[in-house]
Design a protein around this ligand. Sequence first.
Ligand code: MG
Length: 275
Amino acid sequence: MADVRIVEVGPRDGLQSQPTIYTPQARAQFIDALVNTGIKHIEVGSFVHPKAVPQMANSDTVFELIQRHPGVVYSALVPNEHGFELAARCEPDEVAVFCASSEGFSQNNTRCSIEESLQRALQVCDLAKPKGIQVRGYLSTVIECPFDGLTPIAQVVELVERLIDMGCYEVSLGDTIGKANPEQITQLLSALLPSVTADKLALHCHDTYGMAVKNVLAGLELGIKVFDSSAGGIGGCPYAPGAAGNVATESVVKVVHEQGLQTGINLQALRSIGI
Ligand code: MG
């Protein structure tokens, strides 16, 4: 039994910001190879409009091609009701909804206000529940926004509570531009933890300034047990100027194992995988 759950975001969050568009076959092979290292939770693709994110076109085909293993959560990112309907045909174990903690990022990333994105997320939650599909919430720019500057902690707390209230079983807190330091992560989590328990929170760190692993450690210290990461550290954010890649899965696995905690992932096997 793993002590820490790694959510592998490389095949979605990673590949969507790569200049290369990979075939569904290559994406499916990448996913299968990652799962074979012991990863139990993985983003397969997204159902946003292919004009907006051409790298994620044909995510339905990727779902068809992967070899699904029992006990592994295969997730799809969905922007709205329509995206959910498309994703639901692929029978994902989970869909992920997203919203920003800053208006500037919300407008630039999704061309809508925070309030509108919450409404879309609520609609997805209401559709997913009767189908037995769990919903994970992504909240971006929780520390700092490339357009609005530092994000007020109270704003993040309110948005996390609203995502949980609407039915997200977990909210992944995104340091989208990788500017967070461990003190800021500690401050944010300390503000959240009285009202939201640690088992409903995850951290999604980017490594722009080489702080991601330290931020993961700060999260572990306060009881966070779920971390998003991407194999090889691929991916930045196409809508966040200057954002470097997601923290590398191998870095997170290594540091978690060094703490004497288990991930169930074979680090050596993981290091040999690329797309
Ligand atoms: Mg990311």
